[in-house]
Design a protein around this ligand. Structure first.
Ligand SMILES: NC(=O)c1ccc[n+]([C@@H]2O[C@H](COP(=O)([O-])OP(=O)(O)OC[C@H]3O[C@@H](n4cnc5c(N)ncnc54)[C@H](O)[C@@H]3O)[C@@H](O)[C@H]2O)c1
Length: 334
């Protein structure tokens, strides 16, 4: 199903971070719906490098792109000569997804360089090519402010959230200085769905709990999980938001969630129902300080200015996702 009346056929589209979860879903959206579109992926892919938290430095994976027939450029957004490889194209649309997406990386220098400095370069490419640019911001810009989280009231509590807020501030300045440009930042809340598997421990709790259940184990949750609520959004709705952001009533920064918070316990319960198991739940103390206990995106401006309308409830998203979750169960990530 297409999401607006833009015809992307014969358009040249750049997706940074296109080997990752959301970027690869976008790539296939264009390939499937606009076979004459020219999609260019720019991603550094994964190497063996890890951060001090033991997680990989980047999660792009070739398996997310099996069947993709567009151009794939392996490059680092921190490297200007790598970015210069893009000069042979003239882009109509840019979707900037590449980032350190792991919210628990605390090396501030590498986060700022990767998420913030490179954004100037992407904005300049968009300006030069007269391309519309849609980029990934995050619900992490809000920290643990009370729900509903609303654009204009932010308080990031980790370097990742701060880096995304800086991107939003840069975007606002560019919008003011270049009113002819289309620049839209999307603050994704908790996204889940196909092609997140290769994010390993940083993939959504939906696939992680489902695989515990498929292993025959009770899903493990923090104590008090019936009261920890998050705004979970299925990746197809995130794609919808990206596409609608190409034709906004107004450039700006918008929340992308369902607007409906759901508890961790509800996820475990829905999964057990869908997977036909009754293993109970195992609880353990939450080891994290300053944990976001409640998120709920205020999507009123997203509805108004992007005409965004979430289509998947948590139940519908999980139901649609279950066959893929089962297919991946027991598979190696490498
Ligand atoms: N998934 C979520 O729940 C969520 C929530 C809020 C915001 N976001 C944001 O959405 C975007 C996409 O997230 P995702 O979940 O698909 O994450 P992901 O990690 O799967 O995708 C990010 C991609 O960027 C690539 N990348 C990382 N550093 C790079 C570099 N220096 N040069 C080139 N490529 C690089 C990675 O290889 C990876 O393919 C990110 O900007 C992330 O911060 C995601």
């Amino acid at each position: 199903m297409t999401n607006n009346d833009i015809d992307f056929n014969n358009k040249t589209i750049l997706i940074t971070g296109g080997a990752g979860f959301i970027g690869s879903n976008l790539a296939f959206y264009f390939q499937d719906n606009y076979p004459q579109s020219r999609v260019v992926i720019f991603d550094c892919f994964r190497s063996e490098g890890v951060f001090s938290n033991g997680n990989l430095k980047s999660y792009g994976h070739y398996k997310n792109l099996i069947g993709f027939s567009g151009d794939v450029i392996c490059g680092n957004i921190n490297n200007k000569s790598n970015l210069a490889l893009l000069n042979v194209y003239k882009f109509d649309y840019i979707f900037h997804q590449a980032a350190i997406s792991d919210t628990r990386v605390y090396d501030q220098e590498i986060i700022m360089k990767t998420n913030v400095n490179s954004f100037y370069d992407l904005l300049e490419i968009a300006k030069k090519d007269k391309a519309s640019i849609v980029y990934a911001s995050s619900g992490a810009t809000y920290g643990s402010l009370p729900s509903p989280q609303t654009v204009g009231k932010e308080n990031p509590e980790n370097p990742y959230g701060f880096s995304k807020l800086l991107m939003d501030q840069i975007a606002h300045r560019y919008i003011d200085e270049n009113p002819e440009m289309i620049i839209v930042g999307l603050r994704f809340f908790n996204v889940f769905g196909p092609r997140e598997f290769y994010k390993g421990k940083t993939a959504s709790m939906i696939i992680q709990l489902a695989h515990q259940i498929l292993d025959g184990k009770a899903p493990r949750l923090f104590e008090g999980s019936d009261e920890i609520e998050r705004d979970f959004i299925y990746v197809e709705d995130v794609i919808q938001a990206n596409i609608k952001a190409c034709k906004p009533k107004k450039s700006g920064v918008y929340n992308v969630g369902t607007g409906i918070p759901r508890s961790f316990q509800e996820i475990a319960d829905i999964l057990q129902k869908e997977l036909g198991s009754n293993l109970g739940t195992e609880y353990f103390p939450n080891p994290y300080d300053g944990y976001q206990e409640h998120t709920q995106a205020n999507i009123s401006s997203t509805r108004k200015n992007l005409r965004f309308k979430p289509r998947f409830s948590l139940e519908e998203g999980i139901k649609t996702y279950i066959p893929e979750i089962k297919r991946l169960h027991g598979k190696e990530i490498s």
